[in-house]
Design a protein around this ligand. Sequence first.
Ligand SMILES: [Fe+2]
Length: 334
Amino acid sequence: MIKKLLLSALVLTSSLIASNEVNVYSSRHYDTDKQLFKMFEKDTGIKVKVIQAKDDALIKRMESEGKNSPADVFITVDAARIQRATDKKLFQSINSEFLTSSVESKLRDVNNQWFALTKRARIIAVRKDSKLANGIKTYEELADPKYKGQIMVRSSSNVYNQSLMAAMIAHHGNDYAINWAKGVVSNMARGPKGSDRDQAKGVAAGIGSTAIMNTYYVGKLASSNESDKEVISKLNILFPKFENGGTHINISAAGVARYAKNKENAIKFIEFLLSTQAQEIFAKGNFEYPVINNAEISPLVKSWGKINDDNVTINDLGKFNKDAVKALDIAGWK
Ligand SMILES: [Fe+2]
């Protein structure tokens, strides 16, 4: 009898321990996130266990772990990968009044399987002394032959460019987008190579006048070492728009894993990441845009002016990813 009681006490304790944690698979690799996870632990007493790896590696891992996956929350970056994870049924729909009312519908899954955590814009950084480049208003005109030899951008294997192309397809259709990409390719200052930051450095060095890059990399360069600060001092940050839309937005997002063992904790964790306090830490520490309306952004990001988000949904960016990859290939964007 005593043995039985002891055993059930043990089972009870171990189930309590199991429910006092949240297992997070994340492809974000920023100090802001570590800080936030610690804050969540302190606030709730729920232990945050993180496995951090590249997006596609985590997707593969969750697929092969199946029902045995310890993942409670999956955090990933870029619409195409979020869509991939959704297609592979790695998330589950959740019911959270707080999340559905905080995150506008175009920044969350139609079935509430994932919610945007942060926004980033794909913009252009142009050399201050280039009159021509400072006149660019739209993404469409990046293909205009008058910008021959001006454009610096990374490879089409990069998912950020694929999502920009997916947005171009969503706005104008496949044929237009292919021609647009051909135009951009013939305007490139050099073959695509390097990271977003390298394009900014190339423009500052005078190789081209216009770097296509994500906003937070500008922030990271501006808060880095002296030579990176020097790079940024030579650039103007411009927000192109689509002719019938706004500035291209991408996101990082979080969802509850399909086989989450700690579902309540997972929801609590995602709700915490969308609190005003957490959103301001993402925004100020990592130069991203908050997803909720009342959170403050970093003064540097604020100094670039107000952003008008494009009207293409994140779901659509994911949906057009395959077409975008094909179209970029046809256009010869290496
Ligand atoms: Fe990035």
